[in-house]
Design a binder for this molecule. Structure first.
Ligand code: NAD
Ligand code: LMR
Length: 340
C-alpha cells in the first residue's frame, strides 16, 4: 500500500533524519584506520550518509576487503580502499574531512595515557601526511590519548606551515552521547531531545559533564549528580571491563564519530546552528586545548561558544582537570618536536 511504501522510504532515510541535515554535497571523507574495531562500523555509517559522495578507506591492513564489502551497499558514496603508506597520498588528496580512528585501544588496567608510546607516532605520521596532501581538510582525531594526540596533530600542521586551529578537532562526542543517554534513562526522557554538554578533555577527571546546562533542564540530588558525573567520566572503562580484554568502545564510538563527521559536513554545507563539543585550541581556560560547545561552519569552528554559566561543582571539576590537561598537552607538543 501507499502507507507501507512511505514507511519503507522513511526507514531508508533514517540516517538523514538522525545524522545529517543536508543530502546535497560532494564531500570526500577519508577514514584512517578503517579496518579496525571503530573503523569498520564508522565507515558503514559514513557510507549511508547521503552527504558523502567519496569514502576513502585507509589502513595498514585489510582495507581491500572492507572496501569491497562496503561498496556493495546501495548508497551514493563511492568507496575506495588504500593499504600501506605508499597509498596514503592518493587516499588523502581532495579530502574535505579526515577522521582518524587508527591506533591501539586500551586493555583493562591501562589509562589512556598508557597508549601514548604507540599512538603518538601513528598520529604524528598520519597528521604529517594530511598536512602535505589535504592541508585544508577538517581533521577529526579519535585516536587516544586525545588530550595529547590533538596537540601532536596541530604541531605537525604548524611544521608544514599550514596550521589552522579551526580545522583540527579531538572527537569527544562519545562523552556527550553517553551523558545524553544516562540522563535520559535517569529522568525517563526521550533521549533524542536531551543534550548535555561535556567539556574539558577526554580522559578520567578531564571529562567534565555540564549537567547544569542540560537541555531540557534536569535536577538531581547532590549524591546522584556526583554519581552520574563519575559514571560519565568512567564510561570508557565500563565498556573496557565488560569487553574483558577484547577491546574498548567501538560501536558507540562509531555512532558518535559518524554524528560528529555529519555535523562537520553540515557546517561545510552552510547549514545554520550546527553545534558540537570538541577538543580544540582554546583560550577559554589556562589549558591550551579544551573542549567546549562550538558553532561549526564553512571553515570549521565558526565560533567557540565558551564555558557558559557553570555551577560550583563544575567550576571545581575544571580546576581539578587543568593540571592534568596541561601535562597531557605539553607531552604531545614535546613529542612532536622531539626530532627537531
Ligand atoms: P583497533 O585495534 O580495533 O583498530 C585500530 C586500527 O588502526 C587497526 O585496523 C590497525 O591496523 C590500524 N592502524 C594501526 N596503525 C596504523 C597506521 N599507522 N595507519 C593506519 N591505520 C593504522 O582499535 P579501535 O578499537 O578501533 O580503537 C582505535 C583508537 O580509538 C584507540 O586509540 C582507542 O583508544 C581510540 N578510541 C577513542 C575514543 C574517543 O572517544 N575519542 C573512543 C573509543 C576508542
Ligand atoms: C572511550 O571513552 O570509550 C574511549 O576513550 C576508549 C577508552 O579507552 O576508554
Amino acid at each position: 500500500s501507499l502507507v507501507a511504501r512511505q514507511r519503507f522510504l522513511q526507514s531508508t532515510c533514517i540516517f538523514t533524519r538522525h545524522f545529517s541535515k543536508t543530502s546535497q554535497s560532494n564531500a570526500k571523507v577519508a577514514v584512517l584506520g578503517a579496518s579496525g574495531g571503530i573503523g569498520q562500523p564508522l565507515s558503514l555509517l559514513l557510507k549511508i550518509n547521503p552527504a558523502i559522495t567519496k569514502l576513502a578507506l585507509y589502513d595498514i591492513a585489510n582495507t581491500v576487503g572492507v572496501a569491497a564489502d562496503l561498496s556493495h551497499c546501495s548508497t551514493v558514496a563511492q568507496v575506495t580502499g588504500y593499504e600501506g603508506a605508499s597509498q596514503l597520498r592518493e587516499c588523502l588528496e581532495g579530502c574535505d574531512v579526515v577522521v582518524i580512528p587508527a591506533g591501539v585501544p586500551r586493555k583493562p588496567g591501562m589509562t589512556r595515557d598508557d597508549l601514548f608510546n604507540t599512538n603518538a607516532g601513528i598520529v604524528r605520521d598520519l597528521a604529517d601526511a594530511c598536512a602535505q596532501y589535504c592541508p585544508k581538510a577538517m581533521i577529526c582525531v579519535i585516536c587516544n590519548p586525545v588530550n595529547s594526540t590533538v596537540p601532536i596533530a596541530s604541531e605537525m600542521f604548524k611544521k608544514r606551515g599550514v596550521y589552522d586551529p579551526n580545522r583540527i578537532f579531538g572527537v569527544t562526542t562519545l562523552d556527550i552521547v553517553r551523558s545524553d543517554t544516562f540522563i535520559s534513562q535517569a529522568k525517563g526522557l526521550d533521549v533524542s531531545q536531551v543534550n548535555c554538554p561535556v567539556i574539558g578533555g577526554h580522559s578520567g577527571t578531564t571529562i567534565i559533564p555540564v549537567i547544569s546546562q542540560c537541555s531540557p533542564p534536569v535536577n538531581f540530588p547532590l549524591d546522584v549528580h556526583e554519581k552520574l558525573t563519575a559514571r560519565i567520566q568512567n564510561a570508557g572503562t565500563e565498556v573496557l571491563e565488560a569487553k574483558a580484554g577484547t577491546g574498548s568502545a567501538t560501536l558507540s564510538m562509531a555512532y558518535a564519530g559518524a554524528r560528529f563527521v555529519g555535523s562537520v559536513i553540515d557546517g561545510l554545507n552552510g547549514v545554520d546552528g550546527i553545534v558540537e563539543c570538541a577538543f580544540v585550541r582554546s583560550d577559554e581556560t589556562e589549558a591550551k586545548y579544551f573542549s567546549t560547545p562550538l558553532l561549526l561552519g564553512k571553515n570549521g569552528v565558526e565560533k567557540n561558544l565558551g564555558l557558559g554559566k557553570l555551577v560550583d561543582i563544575e567550576v571545581d571539576l575544571i580546576k581539578a582537570a587543568i593540571p592534568e590537561l596541561k601535562k597531557n598537552i605539553e607531552k604531545g607538543e614535546e613529542f612532536a618536536h622531539a626530532g627537531d
